[in-house]
Unconditional design. Structure first.
Lengths: 233, 233
DNA sequence: AGATGTGAAATTCTTCACAGCG
DNA sequence: CGCTGTGAAGAATTTCACATCT
């Protein structure tokens, strides 16, 4: 089944909440509870869960474990899948530190950098290789995702080489648009853009202001009073 | 004028290209050229530029400087505006390093951390303070954006305090949903989610496959053959 | 009463398609 | 021509609203 991109994103988020909930011993949850933690409407949660064919009971809500199992079926990589990191500068090291502790299902199996003094060393539990070894190191592995944290002017070249080596999906931290085959998925995380956006919306409080119940007066019957998320774009 | 969030995001990206172009001495550009570098259709570019009331000439395209000036009017912060950084761990330092060199218009004026050995030092040109000094340090400044790079379990507390101190906009790197007043803009950058999404779409090549010209045969007249972006979600 | 499940409506965003200009 | 500017169409996404269950 083909799932909408937005739904996938939300499922990732729901899952984190659900895992925490399960750890805390909560076994059931209502759509509005899950919605509250994620700036979405309960209707959105129900729709998302419906989309992945999860169902709950009006009396008891959804089973936390059931949701986690189903979301896991969709999101979990196969056990042998792994990620690699390209570029072990400040950002690369931060990523290694982050995934060394808080890491999800996908582990960073290897890192690569041009600087000779970064080759061979182990940083936050991850072995760092020279770029020359790229193909050799990833060939025997099943590398699903590459984290591209190299300088902007090297990003395209490295990305092209990654794809030639078989990588199907790239999380790109370089502030450039990568030109790659259509069947390669690219998710760009552009911190400067996020910051500019944030600065802009701190001045102009977001176009998509939540639609107030139209008409000036007090609407006599606000029906479901609890269906309102935050208003962020 | 209220601009759609997606348009704002694209304007940030266009601007970077345009700045590079200008530096290279190019004075004019057509919508399809700008589109090519950003995975959007020329129609989208024209629509975006129309939305911000830029116009070009059919013969010569758009003036690069004119576009930059207009985009600047929209995106540029006022000169005294600045950003602050919360949390000087691995990620925080990476952010400081990044903005020390490649920084845009908004400078990081100060950083904060709980660790005593990080107080008072200057990292990548940015002075690091103790959290106790937060209000005192930011009070005389006009802090528009806060970069929140503290551990997940501290994020909510710090965010609340930031808002109380007058911050209107937060770029949140912690993998938690912040509960804040509606008028505070929050942009969450969740690397784990991005990676899970990337892993998923490496397996399931994206719902929104670009619509092939329907009907099996060769369409006799594919009209504008050059209006096709990448297909990423 | 308060949930879920879900067609249908609404909204947001993108693309089409073409008039008009140079 | 090939490009801009743009109304109108089309997609994607979200929300409404209500039948239904417990």
């Amino acid at each position: 089944m083909a799932l909408p991109p937005r739904t996938i994103e939300r499922l990732c988020c729901y899952r984190r909440s659900l895992q925490r909930l399960l750890a805390d011993g909560q076994t059931r949850i209502y759509s509005h509870q899950l919605a509250a933690g994620h700036d979405v409407t309960p209707a959105q949660v129900r729709r998302d869960l419906m989309t992945i064919r999860c169902s709950g009971s009006p009396a008891r809500g959804y089973e936390v474990q059931g949701l986690l199992a189903r979301i896991g079926e969709i999101l979990d990589p196969e056990p042998e899948e792994c990620a690699i990191l390209l570029g072990v500068g400040h950002l690369g090291r931060a990523l290694l530190a982050y995934f060394a502790t808080q890491g999800g299902a996908l582990r960073i199996a290897a890192a690569f950098d041009t600087a000779p003094d970064r080759s061979g060393v182990v940083i936050h539990g991850c072995r760092c290789h020279s770029f020359a070894e790229l193909e050799a190191v990833i060939a025997p592995r099943r590398v699903t995702v590459a984290l591209l944290a190299v300088p902007a002017d090297a990003a395209q070249e490295v990305a092209t080489r990654l794809v030639r080596a078989g990588v199907r999906s790239i999380v790109n931290f370089a502030p450039v648009q990568l030109d790659l085959p259509l069947d390669v998925y690219v998710e760009t995380i552009d911190i400067a853009v996020s910051m500019e956006k944030a600065a802009f919306f701190s001045r102009v409080p977001s176009t998509t202001a939540r639609a107030q119940p139209p008409g000036g007066g007090s609407s006599p019957h606000p029906e479901h009073p609890h269906e309102a998320p935050r208003n962020r774009s």
